[in-house]
Design a protein around this ligand. Structure first.
Ligand code: FES
Length: 118
């Protein structure tokens, strides 16, 4: 299955939108470097619509106790219900448990079209 889900300009860098691939609800994300990624729009925890969450960054610990670095801005999809975070540039892996990941879809850019396939 392959389908045009939106135009490139419909999603600015750092934004995401809900769309559909056939009857599958998906979330299409665009990172700050302009790349597109598509995942199921259903959180694997309890099914929240991920497109209602946030595309943000995350914190990593430094060598100093109590100090953190904010990083990966625009690359982390945070669920709106319980805050699980998924790394969209790393196969949708959950930050807290990288063995778990969101189902993903292939994204190709054809002219101005964002094309998603399964
Ligand atoms: S439904 Fe997404 S974290 Fe719970």
């Amino acid at each position: 299955m392959k389908q045009v889900v939106c135009k490139k300009e419909d999603i600015m860098p750092g934004e995401m939108m809900q769309s559909n691939l056939g009857r599958i609800e998906i979330v299409v994300c665009r990172t700050l470097d302009g790349e597109f990624y598509a995942y199921t729009n259903k959180c694997i925890h309890q099914g929240a619509s991920l497109s209602k969450g946030k595309l943000c960054g995350t914190s990593t610990q430094t060598d100093t106790v109590g100090e953190y670095n904010y990083c990966h801005e625009g690359e982390i999809l945070r669920c709106p219900w319980h805050g699980r975070e998924f790394d969209i540039k790393n196969d949708g892996k959950m930050l807290a448990d990288p063995k778990v990941k969101l189902p993903s879809f292939q994204v190709d850019i054809e002219g101005d079209d964002v094309v998603v396939s399964k």
